[in-house]
Write a protein of this length. Structure first.
Length: 302
């Protein structure tokens, strides 16, 4: 196995990325990155168990929602994870996982040696005693932002991108230590409570069925059997985003899927995804992805 200064290979990861059903979009294999390994892919539903590796895994969900179950020891946890949700697994941990639907994801493996170097600078005491805390479905805007920067670097032909990713790896390590470790209390606690599984499923089903329209908050809350104010608080506690943010992200994911998988015109895609007109979708699409719907379609079909 390569050391911390050697290139980080996919063969050092758990094996999720080796699954033949996955469609890898872009990966750091062969780029000479040593601080981290990254891969963006379309994952198909699966259930499997994996042996521990020494390095730390952060998965960012790029679309969704999708149900994920995770087994750690004798503990089973299931969450419906929205776009932007995280799956954080510390190094040295065996685990089982079930992915209930297909998922566009970004996997980032951070070298344990990098985490220990950052811990030596930031955390009092012995850095060897620092442990990351597993997360399932949590939202962390900074980690999401860093991960998207890593994904962008995957397509940068400039050899200087290696230096950039080393910097991103250290910032990612610092964020994991500050917000997701046993040494420093989390700075932002998640809101208490949350919807029941049935309430969340009914609300999401209603929103997904009405993406082409403009459902009112009262209608969504009624589907879950709650008042609008109570539903808004509990939905954010469960999903990490407000209902209107979830709706917008869901419209974006449907638009990307239709652009990728159908020959519908962009105007028709905009209509089916609940945008008022093609220009409206183009503005929102560009803000979320940094590209236009037409350019996105050309890229994914090339």
């Amino acid at each position: 196995m390569a050391g911390p200064s050697g290139a980080f290979s996919v063969r050092e990861t758990h094996g999720i990325l080796w699954r033949p059903a996955n469609r890898v979009r872009v990966a750091s294999e062969g780029l000479g990155w040593s601080s981290l390994y990254a891969s963006a892919q379309l994952e198909k539903p699966y259930e499997d168990s994996f042996r521990a590796v020494p390095d730390h895994l952060v998965i960012v969900h790029l679309d969704g929602p999708v149900g994920v179950s995770r087994v750690l020891g004798k503990s089973l946890e299931r969450r419906t994870i929205a776009p932007g949700g995280l799956f954080i697994l510390p190094g040295g941990v065996d685990f089982g996982v079930e992915l209930e639907g297909q998922l566009e994801s970004l996997h980032v493996y951070l070298r344990d040696a990098v985490l220990r170097q950052v811990a030596a600078e930031l955390v009092p005491g012995d850095p060897a005693l620092v442990e990351l805390v597993p997360r399932l479905g949590d939202q962390d805007a900074l980690i999401e932002h860093l991960a998207l920067g890593i994904r962008e670097a995957l397509t940068d032909p400039d050899p200087g991108a290696r230096v950039y990713t080393d910097q991103l790896a250290r910032v990612l390590g610092a964020r994991l230590l500050r917000a997701h470790s046993n040494r420093v209390p989390r700075q932002v606690a998640p809101p208490p409570g949350g919807l029941t599984r049935n309430q969340l499923a009914r609300a999401i089903e209603f929103m997904d069925a009405n993406l082409s329209g403009s459902p009112f908050l009262e209608e969504i809350a009624d589907a879950a059997g709650l008042s609008p104010a109570h539903f808004t608080r509990q939905f954010k506690a469960s999903m990490g985003v407000a209902p209107h943010q979830y709706l917008l992200r869901s419209r974006m994911e449907r638009a990307k899927r239709l652009l990728r998988e159908t020959d519908r015109s962009i105007a028709q895609v905009a209509f089916e995804c609940g945008f008022s007109h093609q220009e409206h979708m183009t503005r929102v699409f560009s803000r979320f992805t940094g590209t236009t719907p037409a350019a996105f379609r050309r890229t994914v079909r090339s």
